[in-house]
Design a protein around this ligand. Structure first.
Ligand SMILES: [Mn+2]
Length: 209
């Protein structure tokens, strides 16, 4: 079977939606998966989500990007008070509960969270959690810019050769423009939210619904 390149949007602890998406994608060991970040918070099963992702990464090629939720969680777990406020306000309580206690997060999945990448680039695509500022080179972005940018990126053409595949900003349906695709469809955030994947380059969308 031909190798497929598949990007997956925000998951936010929605283990059962992830299971459903993975079975609908019928993942093969030749597939290449790129996860756009925000595995944790809000949904009830962050630990189980990461266990599943690690299991998948033994079966096929997987790139795991960092989301703003992993960024703030890591900072909070390292004692940053501002980050702790963000983590506890935006769904971190559920993450801690899924691990049993706060110490378990790094004990069990520390390597996974610390090794998340800021972006992943191929000849045709830039994968990133939040987006980019096309006026500056990718490597000159601050980490927070890549994780947090929204409208200034989304509603302005990038004029880049590569199409940008991003998450972070939730839409009711995938956001599709000539130069970018947004894959956050509100899993964990809204009761009606779901996880979306796109198979590239044909741009066929698969949802967890
Ligand atoms: Mn998110």
């Amino acid at each position: 079977m031909e190798s497929r390149l598949i990007a997956v949007g925000d998951i936010h602890g929605e283990y059962y939606k992830l299971e459903s998406l993975i079975s609908k994608l019928d993942i093969q060991n030749t597939d290449r998966l790129v996860f756009l970040g925000d595995y944790v918070d809000r949904g009830l099963y962050s630990k189980q989500v990461v266990d599943k992702l690690l299991e998948l990464s033994k079966f096929c090629s997987c790139e795991f990007l960092k989301g703003n939720h992993e960024y703030y969680m890591l900072k909070a777990l390292n004692g940053d008070k501002n980050a702790e406020y963000f983590f506890m306000t935006y769904g971190g309580v559920q993450t801690i509960e899924s691990y049993g206690n706060v110490e378990n997060i790094l004990k069990i999945h520390g390597d996974f969270y610390r090794n998340l990448k800021q972006y992943y680039v191929t000849d045709d695509y830039i994968f990133v959690h939040g987006g980019i500022n096309p006026d500056i080179p990718l490597e000159e972005h601050s980490e927070l810019e890549l994780l947090m940018i929204r409208d200034e990126f989304i509603y302005r053409p990038t004029n880049l050769l590569q199409k940008v595949i991003f998450g972070h900003t939730p839409f009711e349906k995938p956001f599709i423009a000539a130069d970018k695709i947004g894959l956050d469809t509100g899993a964990g955030k809204f009761d009606t939210g779901y996880i979306t994947a796109v198979i590239l380059p044909e741009e066929s969308f698969v949802s967890s619904l």
